[in-house]
Design a protein around this ligand. Structure first.
Ligand SMILES: *[C@@H]1O[C@H](CO)[C@@H](O)[C@H](O)[C@H]1NC(C)=O
Ligand SMILES: *[C@@H]1O[C@H](CO)[C@@H](O)[C@H](O)[C@H]1NC(C)=O
Ligand SMILES: *[C@@H]1O[C@H](CO)[C@@H](O)[C@H](O)[C@H]1NC(C)=O
Ligand SMILES: *[C@@H]1O[C@H](CO)[C@@H](O)[C@H](O)[C@H]1NC(C)=O
Ligand SMILES: *[C@@H]1O[C@H](CO)[C@@H](O)[C@H](O)[C@H]1NC(C)=O
Ligand SMILES: *[C@@H]1O[C@H](CO)[C@@H](O)[C@H](O)[C@H]1NC(C)=O
Ligand SMILES: *[C@@H]1O[C@H](CO)[C@@H](O)[C@H](O)[C@H]1NC(C)=O
Ligand SMILES: *[C@@H]1O[C@H](CO)[C@@H](O)[C@H](O)[C@H]1NC(C)=O
Length: 484
């Protein structure tokens, strides 16, 4: 093959087919002739190779490019620039690529993305952006601002230390974000909300340097995001509430935990040398109130109905777990309660937050407010329970006795009446009239049954040939959708 051939950006396609020109070959030649200048990266600084252009893919991989090619075919739906030496995405780098859906810039030397880098490109169409294996440090607010349609964002294996809290704000269609193998010590979980990121299913923050998790922000995330939150192989400091979170996720069978149990590590007392695989060696957490967490937490309904004189237990069920959670209650008559209860000992309070009212009276009715506070995490949660104490219980007993008694009385009276009727009536009963012939009464339902069965049968037999499910209709719809 000559040097000219090598220079031809189509060398890979032309060489094998040149011996035996096929329609495909002519098609390609025609395409190239129609757009002679669009496909070559003429302005790229390096000329040792050229991009490969197919119908809608423009592949410029491993060409030693230091900049984005200036002229690219507007027809490109996929642009692959991976394995080059691009250091920056400049303003309007992808100008005019209005059909771009996939952009790969992995394995380059990207350190920054200029504002408006994606401006005037496809914006809403771009769904897949691969910036993995680069040198990015900061995810700035403006990076993805022009990409509201983005669904998959690959940022793993960079040097990201910081994610600005609004960096993902505009990514309302984001489904998967990969940020593992970076240097994050912090992540703005609070910026991810159900209403702003309703599609998010996967957020990979594994293999970073997160020392502590904002547990309240994380437990406020929608359960769909919690399920896809990967946090293994970080530098988490072992503590009970952190363990409680993962323990709960493991119990819920989240694959993010169950498939990476070995990689879930934490640092005992925050020491680097004290790294333990905490699902395997959970002795450190024995002193945590994990047994309490393991037990199914009693549910607490918002409205409780109790009888006068009975004992009532109200639970302070919140999402805060761990040993350093403290609880208090405020009762309807503005009484403040904390363990072990009130002075009169009519109300007992357990350190797990449950409140026991020993002999409920009508005055105990009303709205009870409890608060769980985690002083270490500086977070708190409140719950309200509406207790209504009713007088019904003794009434019910009385009534049931009454009704029982009247029923018995009624029974005896009617028995006596029957006996009187049988033995004290002067005339004998005439011979009983024969019931109408059973046929008329009994065959009717039978007929109905038969009719029903018949109609069922007929509906089974009605010609709805099974071929329709795999028949011509289906086939045509298939063949319609296939070749486009
Ligand atoms: C970018 O698009 C806007 C309209 O969306 C247009 O006004 C502007 O001229 C374009 N910029 C360039 C550099 O083409
Ligand atoms: C865990 O993270 C460290 C650095 O954060 C990384 O070097 C290592 O490869 C990761 N381990 C795995 C199994 O991914
Ligand atoms: C507590 O967690 C449950 C699901 O585990 C969630 O539905 C609820 O909104 C959370 N409550 C608060 C106050 O975060
Ligand atoms: C998790 O899986 C185990 C066994 O695979 C099963 O016994 C358990 O019920 C599951 N738990 C939930 C919450 O689905
Ligand atoms: C819980 O708090 C108490 C004091 O409020 C403190 O002495 C104790 O060390 C804390 N426990 C943990 C595990 O942090
Ligand atoms: C708290 O402890 C009491 C007594 O041991 C128990 O009845 C109650 O169910 C516990 N509450 C919770 C929320 O586990
Ligand atoms: C509860 O938390 C909120 C913020 O989440 C805070 O403003 C408030 O002061 C806290 N209350 C207590 C009693 O700690
Ligand atoms: C509490 O429940 C009672 C009876 O169900 C109701 O009449 C009352 O309005 C409720 N109170 C509040 C504050 O919701």
């Amino acid at each position: 093959m000559s040097v000219e051939d090598k220079r031809s950006f189509l060398h890979g396609v032309v060489a094998p087919t040149v011996l035996k020109p096929s329609p495909l070959w002519w098609c390609i030649v025609l395409l190239v002739c129609l757009q002679p200048s669009t496909c070559q990266s003429r302005n790229g600084p390096s000329q040792e190779g050229s991009c490969i252009c197919t119908s809608d893919i423009l592949s410029c991989t491993a060409l030693g490019l230091e900049q984005i090619p200036k002229e690219m075919p507007v027809s490109a739906v996929t642009l692959d620039l991976s394995h080059n030496q691009i250091a920056q995405l400049k303003e309007a780098s992808f100008l005019g690529l209005s059909r771009l859906e996939t952009l790969r810039v992995s394995h380059n030397q990207l350190t920054s993305i200029e504002p408006r880098a994606f401006h005037n490109s496809s914006g809403t169409l771009l769904r897949h952006l691969d910036l993995s294996s680069n040198h990015l440090c900061d995810l700035e607010q403006h990076y993805f601002i022009d990409l509201p349609g983005l669904e998959e964002l690959l940022l793993f294996n960079n040097r990201i230390v910081r994610v600005e809290s609004s960096a993902f704000a505009k990514l309302s269609n984001l489904r998967k974000a990969y940020l593992s193998h970076n240097r994050l010590t912090d992540f703005p979980f609070f910026s991810i909300q159900k209403h702003t990121h309703s599609e998010l299913l996967l957020l990979d923050l594994s293999s970073n340097r997160l020392p502590k998790l904002p547990l309240e922000d994380i437990s406020n995330l929608p359960i769909t995001i919690q399920r896809g939150l990967y946090l293994h192989n970080n530098s988490l400091v072992c503590d009970c509430s952190m363990y409680g979170l993962f323990h709960r996720w493991a119990e819920l069978n989240f694959t993010s935990v169950t498939e990476f149990k070995e990689e879930h590590t934490c640092l005992v007392y925050g020491m680097q040398k004290g790294t333990v695989r905490f699902f395997k060696h959970d002795r450190y957490f024995e002193k945590c109130n994990i047994i309490g967490m393991k037990l199914p937490v009693p549910e607490q309904e918002g409205n409780v109905l109790a009888n006068v004189g009975s004992a009532v237990v109200l639970h302070c069920v919140t999402n805060l777990t761990g040993q350093n959670v403290t609880f208090f209650w405020v009762s309807p008559n503005q009484g403040y309660l904390e363990p072990p209860g009130n002075r009169e000992q009519s109300i007992k309070m357990y350190s797990n937050g449950s409140l026991e009212i020993k002999g409920a009276s009508a005055e105990d009715s009303g709205m009870y407010l409890c608060m769980a506070m985690d002083k270490l995490q500086k977070c708190n949660e409140t719950r309200e329970v509406n207790l209504t104490v009713v007088m019904h219980q003794s009434h019910e007993h009385h009534e049931s006795f009454n009704t029982g008694f009247t029923t018995l009385l009624g029974c005896v009276v009617s028995l006596v009446l029957v006996l009187m009727y049988l033995y004290l009536t002067p005339c004998r009963c005439p011979p009983c009239r024969k019931a109408p012939p059973p046929a008329a009464a009994t065959t009717a339902p039978n007929q109905a049954n038969e009719a029903g069965a018949g109609s069922a049968q007929s509906s089974i037999l009605t010609p709805t040939p099974p071929t329709t499910t795999e028949g011509p209709g289906r086939k045509t719809s298939l063949s319609n959708s296939l070749p486009t």
